[in-house]
Design a protein around this ligand. Sequence first.
Ligand SMILES: CC(C)(COP(=O)(O)OP(=O)(O)OC[C@H]1O[C@@H](n2cnc3c(N)ncnc32)[C@H](O)[C@@H]1OP(=O)(O)O)[C@@H](O)C(=O)NCCC(=O)NCCS
Length: 335
Amino acid sequence: MNVSRITGVGMYVPENVVTNDDLSKIMDTNDVWIQERTGIKERRHIQKGDGNSTSVMGAKASRIAIERAGLTPYDIDMIVFATLSPDMYFPGGGVEIQEMLEMRTIPALDVRNQCSGFIYALSIADQYIKTGMCKHVLVIGSENHSGGLDMTTRGRGVSVIFGDGAGAVVVSESEDNNRGILSTHLHSEGKYKKELMLEGPSTGYWVPEIMADNPQENIPYYPYMNGQFVFKHAVVRFSEVIQEGLEANGFKTSDIDMLIPHQANLRISQFIQHKLKLSDAQVFNNIQKYGNTTAASIPIALTEAWEKGKINKGDLVVLAAFGSGFTWASAVIRW
Ligand SMILES: CC(C)(COP(=O)(O)OP(=O)(O)OC[C@H]1O[C@@H](n2cnc3c(N)ncnc32)[C@H](O)[C@@H]1OP(=O)(O)O)[C@@H](O)C(=O)NCCC(=O)NCCS
Protein backbone atom coordinates (compact mmCIF):
# COMPACT_ATOMS: atom_id res chain seq x y z
CA MET A 1 0.00 0.00 0.00
CA ASN A 2 1.29 3.49 -0.88
CA VAL A 3 1.78 6.26 1.66
CA SER A 4 -0.08 9.56 1.25
CA ARG A 5 1.28 12.83 2.53
CA ILE A 6 0.14 16.47 2.53
CA THR A 7 2.76 18.21 0.37
CA GLY A 8 1.23 21.68 -0.01
CA VAL A 9 -1.22 23.90 1.89
CA GLY A 10 -2.93 27.15 0.88
CA MET A 11 -5.67 29.51 1.96
CA TYR A 12 -7.56 32.55 0.74
CA VAL A 13 -9.99 34.84 2.54
CA PRO A 14 -11.77 37.88 1.07
CA GLU A 15 -10.30 41.27 1.99
CA ASN A 16 -13.52 42.63 3.47
CA VAL A 17 -13.28 42.40 7.30
CA VAL A 18 -16.63 42.47 9.15
CA THR A 19 -16.27 43.14 12.89
CA ASN A 20 -18.82 42.42 15.58
CA ASP A 21 -19.42 46.17 15.80
CA ASP A 22 -20.20 46.22 12.07
CA LEU A 23 -22.86 43.54 12.63
CA SER A 24 -24.34 45.45 15.56
CA LYS A 25 -25.18 48.25 13.10
CA ILE A 26 -27.46 45.99 11.05
CA MET A 27 -28.95 43.70 13.75
CA ASP A 28 -29.52 43.67 17.51
CA THR A 29 -26.25 42.12 18.65
CA ASN A 30 -23.04 43.27 20.31
CA ASP A 31 -19.34 42.49 20.56
CA VAL A 32 -19.56 41.23 24.17
CA TRP A 33 -22.33 38.70 23.41
CA ILE A 34 -20.57 37.34 20.33
CA GLN A 35 -17.12 37.09 21.94
CA GLU A 36 -18.40 35.53 25.16
CA ARG A 37 -20.47 32.88 23.35
CA THR A 38 -18.21 32.12 20.36
CA GLY A 39 -14.79 33.81 20.72
CA ILE A 40 -15.29 35.47 17.32
CA LYS A 41 -14.02 39.04 16.89
CA GLU A 42 -14.36 39.40 13.13
CA ARG A 43 -14.94 37.43 9.96
CA ARG A 44 -14.50 37.97 6.22
CA HIS A 45 -17.40 38.51 3.85
CA ILE A 46 -17.33 38.51 0.06
CA GLN A 47 -18.32 41.92 -1.31
CA LYS A 48 -20.35 42.41 -4.44
CA GLY A 49 -17.94 43.14 -7.27
CA ASP A 50 -14.80 41.73 -5.61
CA GLY A 51 -14.83 38.83 -8.07
CA ASN A 52 -15.00 36.14 -5.39
CA SER A 53 -17.26 33.10 -5.23
CA THR A 54 -16.93 29.74 -3.53
CA SER A 55 -15.10 28.29 -6.53
CA VAL A 56 -12.99 31.40 -7.19
CA MET A 57 -11.76 31.40 -3.56
CA GLY A 58 -11.17 27.65 -3.80
CA ALA A 59 -9.08 28.15 -6.94
CA LYS A 60 -7.02 30.90 -5.25
CA ALA A 61 -6.25 28.67 -2.25
CA SER A 62 -5.52 25.74 -4.60
CA ARG A 63 -2.95 27.66 -6.66
CA ILE A 64 -0.95 28.35 -3.48
CA ALA A 65 -1.18 24.73 -2.26
CA ILE A 66 -0.13 23.35 -5.67
CA GLU A 67 2.83 25.72 -5.91
CA ARG A 68 3.98 24.86 -2.39
CA ALA A 69 3.79 21.18 -3.31
CA GLY A 70 6.27 21.98 -6.10
CA LEU A 71 3.70 21.05 -8.75
CA THR A 72 1.63 22.67 -11.48
CA PRO A 73 -2.14 22.19 -11.95
CA TYR A 74 -1.26 19.84 -14.83
CA ASP A 75 0.24 17.36 -12.31
CA ILE A 76 -3.01 16.94 -10.31
CA ASP A 77 -4.84 13.64 -10.91
CA MET A 78 -8.10 14.35 -9.09
CA ILE A 79 -10.06 17.15 -7.37
CA VAL A 80 -12.14 16.60 -4.22
CA PHE A 81 -14.11 19.74 -3.35
CA ALA A 82 -15.98 20.08 -0.04
CA THR A 83 -18.57 22.83 0.32
CA LEU A 84 -22.16 23.44 1.42
CA SER A 85 -22.32 26.68 -0.55
CA PRO A 86 -21.51 25.84 -4.19
CA ASP A 87 -21.72 28.53 -6.86
CA MET A 88 -24.51 26.58 -8.55
CA TYR A 89 -27.04 23.98 -7.44
CA PHE A 90 -25.50 21.83 -10.16
CA PRO A 91 -22.91 21.11 -11.45
CA GLY A 92 -20.69 21.09 -8.37
CA GLY A 93 -17.67 23.28 -7.75
CA GLY A 94 -15.08 20.62 -8.60
CA VAL A 95 -15.55 21.07 -12.33
CA GLU A 96 -15.22 24.83 -11.95
CA ILE A 97 -11.83 24.33 -10.31
CA GLN A 98 -10.84 22.04 -13.19
CA GLU A 99 -11.74 24.83 -15.63
CA MET A 100 -10.25 27.74 -13.64
CA LEU A 101 -6.90 26.02 -13.10
CA GLU A 102 -6.86 24.73 -16.72
CA MET A 103 -6.31 21.18 -15.55
CA ARG A 104 -6.43 17.95 -17.52
CA THR A 105 -9.86 16.28 -17.80
CA ILE A 106 -9.34 14.68 -14.39
CA PRO A 107 -12.14 13.47 -12.09
CA ALA A 108 -13.75 16.25 -10.01
CA LEU A 109 -15.69 15.03 -7.00
CA ASP A 110 -17.92 17.17 -4.77
CA VAL A 111 -18.36 16.37 -1.09
CA ARG A 112 -21.34 17.58 0.94
CA ASN A 113 -20.56 16.92 4.56
CA GLN A 114 -20.61 20.48 5.84
CA CYS A 115 -18.23 21.11 8.74
CA SER A 116 -16.79 17.57 8.43
CA GLY A 117 -16.50 17.98 4.65
CA PHE A 118 -12.79 18.66 4.54
CA ILE A 119 -11.85 15.55 6.52
CA TYR A 120 -14.29 13.45 4.47
CA ALA A 121 -12.61 14.84 1.32
CA LEU A 122 -9.13 14.24 2.74
CA SER A 123 -10.11 10.66 3.49
CA ILE A 124 -11.13 10.11 -0.15
CA ALA A 125 -7.84 11.56 -1.37
CA ASP A 126 -5.98 9.33 1.08
CA GLN A 127 -7.71 6.20 -0.24
CA TYR A 128 -7.05 7.07 -3.91
CA ILE A 129 -3.36 7.60 -3.15
CA LYS A 130 -3.00 4.53 -0.93
CA THR A 131 -4.51 2.25 -3.57
CA GLY A 132 -2.22 3.68 -6.26
CA MET A 133 -5.06 5.18 -8.33
CA CYS A 134 -3.63 8.72 -8.10
CA LYS A 135 -0.29 10.39 -7.40
CA HIS A 136 -1.53 13.89 -6.53
CA VAL A 137 -5.03 14.80 -5.30
CA LEU A 138 -6.18 18.38 -4.71
CA VAL A 139 -8.50 18.68 -1.68
CA ILE A 140 -10.43 21.92 -1.23
CA GLY A 141 -12.80 23.35 1.38
CA SER A 142 -14.44 26.64 0.41
CA GLU A 143 -17.53 28.51 1.58
CA ASN A 144 -19.46 31.63 0.68
CA HIS A 145 -21.80 31.91 3.65
CA SER A 146 -22.38 35.64 3.81
CA GLY A 147 -24.77 35.88 0.87
CA GLY A 148 -27.05 33.20 2.30
CA LEU A 149 -27.40 34.34 5.92
CA ASP A 150 -30.31 36.17 7.51
CA MET A 151 -28.53 39.42 8.39
CA THR A 152 -31.36 40.71 10.55
CA THR A 153 -32.05 40.33 14.28
CA ARG A 154 -34.22 37.30 13.44
CA GLY A 155 -31.14 35.44 12.10
CA ARG A 156 -28.54 36.69 14.61
CA GLY A 157 -28.14 33.34 16.41
CA VAL A 158 -26.62 31.90 13.22
CA SER A 159 -25.41 34.79 11.09
CA VAL A 160 -22.83 36.18 13.55
CA ILE A 161 -21.00 32.84 13.59
CA PHE A 162 -20.25 32.17 9.94
CA GLY A 163 -17.65 33.63 7.57
CA ASP A 164 -16.33 33.20 4.03
CA GLY A 165 -13.01 31.72 2.91
CA ALA A 166 -11.17 28.79 1.37
CA GLY A 167 -8.37 26.38 2.12
CA ALA A 168 -6.73 23.66 0.05
CA VAL A 169 -4.13 20.93 0.34
CA VAL A 170 -2.33 18.68 -2.09
CA VAL A 171 -2.13 15.04 -1.03
CA SER A 172 0.65 13.17 -2.80
CA GLU A 173 2.06 9.69 -3.01
CA SER A 174 5.18 9.43 -0.84
CA GLU A 175 8.02 6.99 -0.46
CA ASP A 176 8.67 7.96 3.16
CA ASN A 177 6.93 5.31 5.28
CA ASN A 178 7.45 7.26 8.50
CA ARG A 179 5.36 10.28 7.54
CA GLY A 180 1.93 10.89 6.08
CA ILE A 181 -1.78 10.42 6.73
CA LEU A 182 -1.89 7.55 9.23
CA SER A 183 -5.67 7.14 9.38
CA THR A 184 -9.02 8.87 8.97
CA HIS A 185 -12.22 8.14 10.93
CA LEU A 186 -15.63 9.21 9.64
CA HIS A 187 -19.09 9.09 11.27
CA SER A 188 -22.68 10.18 10.71
CA GLU A 189 -25.98 10.20 12.60
CA GLY A 190 -28.79 11.31 10.30
CA LYS A 191 -31.50 11.32 12.96
CA TYR A 192 -30.24 14.79 13.94
CA LYS A 193 -30.29 16.18 10.39
CA LYS A 194 -32.87 18.83 11.27
CA GLU A 195 -30.90 20.29 14.18
CA LEU A 196 -28.57 22.12 11.79
CA MET A 197 -29.86 22.48 8.24
CA LEU A 198 -30.88 24.55 5.30
CA GLU A 199 -34.15 22.99 4.16
CA GLY A 200 -34.91 24.63 0.85
CA PRO A 201 -35.32 25.38 -1.93
CA SER A 202 -34.86 21.68 -2.46
CA THR A 203 -36.72 18.76 -3.96
CA GLY A 204 -38.39 18.42 -0.54
CA TYR A 205 -39.45 22.06 -0.41
CA TRP A 206 -39.62 23.76 -3.81
CA VAL A 207 -39.81 27.51 -4.42
CA PRO A 208 -43.60 27.59 -5.17
CA GLU A 209 -44.35 25.79 -1.88
CA ILE A 210 -42.11 28.13 0.09
CA MET A 211 -43.78 31.13 -1.54
CA ALA A 212 -47.24 29.73 -0.79
CA ASP A 213 -46.31 29.09 2.85
CA ASN A 214 -44.62 32.51 3.15
CA PRO A 215 -43.06 31.63 6.54
CA GLN A 216 -41.96 34.50 8.80
CA GLU A 217 -39.96 32.35 11.25
CA ASN A 218 -37.64 29.38 10.53
CA ILE A 219 -37.39 30.50 6.95
CA PRO A 220 -36.28 27.42 4.95
CA TYR A 221 -33.83 29.26 2.71
CA TYR A 222 -31.83 30.48 5.72
CA PRO A 223 -29.80 28.04 7.85
CA TYR A 224 -31.49 26.76 11.02
CA MET A 225 -29.38 25.75 14.01
CA ASN A 226 -30.43 24.40 17.40
CA GLY A 227 -27.35 25.98 19.00
CA GLN A 228 -27.34 24.39 22.45
CA PHE A 229 -28.19 20.93 21.07
CA VAL A 230 -25.36 21.22 18.54
CA PHE A 231 -22.96 22.38 21.26
CA LYS A 232 -23.74 19.39 23.53
CA HIS A 233 -23.26 16.83 20.76
CA ALA A 234 -20.17 18.56 19.36
CA VAL A 235 -18.14 18.37 22.57
CA VAL A 236 -18.89 14.64 22.96
CA ARG A 237 -18.25 13.65 19.34
CA PHE A 238 -15.12 15.77 18.93
CA SER A 239 -13.50 14.09 21.93
CA GLU A 240 -14.62 10.59 20.88
CA VAL A 241 -13.32 10.83 17.34
CA ILE A 242 -9.98 12.29 18.43
CA GLN A 243 -9.53 9.41 20.92
CA GLU A 244 -10.59 6.93 18.23
CA GLY A 245 -7.89 8.22 15.87
CA LEU A 246 -5.21 8.20 18.55
CA GLU A 247 -6.07 4.70 19.78
CA ALA A 248 -6.11 3.30 16.22
CA ASN A 249 -2.48 4.36 15.92
CA GLY A 250 -1.33 3.55 19.46
CA PHE A 251 -1.00 7.19 20.58
CA LYS A 252 -2.09 9.10 23.68
CA THR A 253 -3.32 12.69 23.84
CA SER A 254 0.08 13.73 25.21
CA ASP A 255 1.63 12.59 21.89
CA ILE A 256 -0.29 15.26 19.95
CA ASP A 257 1.93 18.08 18.71
CA MET A 258 -0.91 20.00 17.10
CA LEU A 259 -4.67 19.53 17.23
CA ILE A 260 -6.56 21.50 14.60
CA PRO A 261 -10.24 21.35 15.48
CA HIS A 262 -12.85 22.55 13.00
CA GLN A 263 -13.37 26.17 14.01
CA ALA A 264 -17.00 25.84 15.07
CA ASN A 265 -16.86 27.93 18.20
CA LEU A 266 -13.90 28.84 20.41
CA ARG A 267 -15.83 27.59 23.47
CA ILE A 268 -16.14 24.14 21.87
CA SER A 269 -12.39 24.06 21.11
CA GLN A 270 -11.56 25.15 24.67
CA PHE A 271 -13.92 22.53 26.12
CA ILE A 272 -12.20 19.77 24.11
CA GLN A 273 -8.74 21.07 25.01
CA HIS A 274 -9.66 20.97 28.69
CA LYS A 275 -11.30 17.53 28.45
CA LEU A 276 -8.27 16.02 26.69
CA LYS A 277 -5.86 17.85 29.02
CA LEU A 278 -4.02 19.54 26.14
CA SER A 279 -1.82 22.62 26.55
CA ASP A 280 -2.36 25.86 24.62
CA ALA A 281 0.63 24.97 22.44
CA GLN A 282 -1.06 21.71 21.36
CA VAL A 283 -4.20 23.35 19.92
CA PHE A 284 -4.52 25.88 17.10
CA ASN A 285 -7.50 28.24 16.82
CA ASN A 286 -8.12 31.16 14.49
CA ILE A 287 -11.91 31.45 14.64
CA GLN A 288 -11.37 34.82 16.32
CA LYS A 289 -10.39 36.26 12.90
CA TYR A 290 -12.47 34.27 10.44
CA GLY A 291 -15.58 32.95 12.20
CA ASN A 292 -16.81 29.49 11.32
CA THR A 293 -15.99 28.81 7.66
CA THR A 294 -17.46 25.27 7.69
CA ALA A 295 -15.56 23.04 5.20
CA ALA A 296 -12.86 25.69 4.80
CA SER A 297 -12.03 26.09 8.48
CA ILE A 298 -9.60 23.18 8.89
CA PRO A 299 -7.51 23.84 5.75
CA ILE A 300 -7.44 27.57 6.62
CA ALA A 301 -6.27 26.81 10.17
CA LEU A 302 -3.82 24.17 8.93
CA THR A 303 -2.31 26.63 6.47
CA GLU A 304 -2.03 29.41 9.02
CA ALA A 305 -0.49 27.10 11.63
CA TRP A 306 2.02 25.87 9.03
CA GLU A 307 2.83 29.43 7.90
CA LYS A 308 3.46 30.43 11.52
CA GLY A 309 5.92 27.56 11.90
CA LYS A 310 3.67 25.73 14.40
CA ILE A 311 3.66 22.52 12.34
CA ASN A 312 7.01 20.95 11.51
CA LYS A 313 8.37 17.80 9.91
CA GLY A 314 7.70 14.78 12.13
CA ASP A 315 4.95 16.44 14.21
CA LEU A 316 1.86 14.44 15.13
CA VAL A 317 -1.01 16.52 13.77
CA VAL A 318 -4.65 15.65 14.49
CA LEU A 319 -7.57 17.17 12.60
CA ALA A 320 -11.11 16.83 13.98
CA ALA A 321 -14.54 18.06 12.95
CA PHE A 322 -18.21 17.96 13.86
CA GLY A 323 -21.18 19.47 12.09
CA SER A 324 -24.48 19.28 10.29
CA GLY A 325 -25.78 15.80 9.53
CA PHE A 326 -24.71 15.19 12.20
CA THR A 327 -21.33 14.14 10.86
CA TRP A 328 -17.97 14.02 12.61
CA ALA A 329 -14.47 12.92 11.66
CA SER A 330 -10.78 12.93 12.49
CA ALA A 331 -7.48 12.47 10.70
CA VAL A 332 -4.17 11.51 12.31
CA ILE A 333 -1.12 12.72 10.39
CA ARG A 334 2.62 12.35 10.91
CA TRP A 335 3.75 15.61 9.23
C1 LIG B 1 -25.17 29.61 18.98
C2 LIG B 1 -24.72 29.80 20.42
C3 LIG B 1 -23.49 30.71 20.43
C4 LIG B 1 -25.85 30.47 21.17
O1 LIG B 1 -25.49 30.61 22.52
P1 LIG B 1 -26.53 30.25 23.67
O2 LIG B 1 -25.89 30.53 24.95
O3 LIG B 1 -26.98 28.85 23.39
O4 LIG B 1 -27.63 31.31 23.40
P2 LIG B 1 -29.19 31.11 23.13
O5 LIG B 1 -29.42 30.65 21.73
O6 LIG B 1 -29.78 30.31 24.25
O7 LIG B 1 -29.67 32.60 23.26
C5 LIG B 1 -29.54 33.31 24.47
C6 LIG B 1 -30.10 34.69 24.27
O8 LIG B 1 -29.24 35.44 23.40
C7 LIG B 1 -30.00 35.93 22.29
N1 LIG B 1 -29.14 35.95 21.10
C8 LIG B 1 -29.01 35.00 20.16
N2 LIG B 1 -28.10 35.40 19.25
C9 LIG B 1 -27.67 36.63 19.63
C10 LIG B 1 -26.73 37.54 19.09
N3 LIG B 1 -26.05 37.29 17.96
N4 LIG B 1 -26.53 38.69 19.76
C11 LIG B 1 -27.18 38.97 20.90
N5 LIG B 1 -28.09 38.14 21.45
C12 LIG B 1 -28.31 36.98 20.81
C13 LIG B 1 -31.16 34.99 22.15
O9 LIG B 1 -32.23 35.60 21.49
C14 LIG B 1 -31.48 34.68 23.60
O10 LIG B 1 -32.22 35.76 24.13
P3 LIG B 1 -33.37 35.49 25.24
O11 LIG B 1 -32.66 34.89 26.42
O12 LIG B 1 -33.91 36.85 25.48
O13 LIG B 1 -34.33 34.55 24.57
C15 LIG B 1 -24.37 28.45 21.11
O14 LIG B 1 -25.53 27.71 21.31
C16 LIG B 1 -23.39 27.67 20.32
O15 LIG B 1 -22.25 28.05 20.22
N6 LIG B 1 -23.79 26.50 19.79
C17 LIG B 1 -22.95 25.70 18.95
C18 LIG B 1 -23.00 26.31 17.60
C19 LIG B 1 -21.97 25.76 16.68
O16 LIG B 1 -20.86 25.51 17.06
N7 LIG B 1 -22.34 25.62 15.43
C20 LIG B 1 -21.49 25.16 14.44
C21 LIG B 1 -21.45 23.70 14.47
S1 LIG B 1 -20.44 23.14 13.21
